[in-house]
Design a protein around this ligand. Structure first.
Ligand code: FAD
Length: 254
């Protein structure tokens, strides 16, 4: 509280300060990775919907609206669409709706990234987090725990849930009391959860020519480069020297 005067926590709490922690600008990360793939010779097909995937004996066939591609290897990262597109036997994936809220402070400078850290708090009422005012929308506040289970991503309702909003605002009022509650933005997205909250990364249990990565349980973005390395190893070499057993698609049925 001495270092960041906008934060308030019960004095008896344990806290951790991680000087190397930070925040990723995800669109810039994705753009950079697409550029790197393009420069390495990948053919990018934006806006192409995969309708079906057929796993044959040694090959795999991918059907889009305009073509059928037969390949020796497939890497599939369908996120919350995994259950529908490429069901994995014995892998229970649950899709949760998650909500994000932005609040515009009266004094934007005080909440700028140079003055305020990204932080989270594991409270009795849930795990909440906030990021500083990176843009005009202001401070982002959300709950990492909780979330509404959906039967699939198609069921997403983007409207504000008043219960989620009041939980987030109650936490923000206690932890960032000067922020105020001028809401400047809201959105909803997905967590694809596994029972142990670890991702599912590996070869398909019945079709080793298909490598899959999904079920990132709300904390997968920062791992994208190493997950890419693992998937490249699996599809090009058939195995990886990285320790990925704990992510195996077969672990839930062992
Ligand atoms: C609110 C929120 C906060 C988060 N915070 C963090 C964080 O602090 N740190 C962190 O590391 N991670 C965080 N995450 C998690 C992170 O964003 C996810 O783990 C990650 O984006 C999952 O990547 P993915 O590639 O598995 O799925 P996605 O990013 O969902 O990508 C799946 C892709 O597959 C495409 N697709 C699906 N079906 C088809 C089809 N039939 N044809 C063609 N394309 C298809 C989709 O269009 C999509 O582009 C957060 C997530 C949310 C929602």
């Amino acid at each position: 509280m001495a270092r960041w005067p906008m934060l308030r926590f019960p004095i008896e709490w344990s806290t951790i300060f991680e000087p190397d922690a930070g925040c990723l600008f995800v669109e810039a990360c994705v753009r950079a990775q697409l550029q790197a793939a393009d420069a390495a010779g990948a053919e990018l097909r934006h806006g192409t919907v995969v309708r079906e995937i057929f796993c044959r004996e040694t090959t795999v066939e991918v059907v889009t609206d305009t073509e059928r591609v037969v390949a020796g290897q497939l890497v599939a990262c369908p996120g919350p669409w995994a259950n529908a597109l490429l069901p994995l036997p014995g892998v229970p994936l649950t899709v949760l709706r998650k909500s994000l809220f932005w609040y515009r402070p009266t004094d934007a400078t005080a909440y700028a990234p140079t003055n305020m850290p990204c932080f989270g708090a594991d409270t009795r009422g849930g795990f909440f987090y906030a990021t500083p005012a990176f843009d005009i929308r202001g401070v982002k506040v959300a709950e990492h725990s909780g979330g509404l289970p959906l039967s699939g991503p198609g069921e997403l309702n983007r409207a504000i849930d008043p219960a989620e909003q009041s939980a987030v605002e109650a936490w923000a009022a206690a932890s960032i009391p000067g922020l105020g509650n001028e809401r400047s933005g809201h959105t909803a997205c997905f967590y694809t959860m596994t029972p142990d909250s670890h991702a599912v990364v590996g070869q398909h249990p019945n079709h080793p020519q298909v490598s899959i990565a999904t079920g990132f349980s709300g904390h997968g973005f920062k791992f994208a480069p190493v997950i890419g390395e693992i998937l490249a190893d699996l599809s090009c070499e058939g195995s990886t020297s990285l320790p990925v057993d704990f992510l195996s698609p077969s672990r839930f049925s062992r």
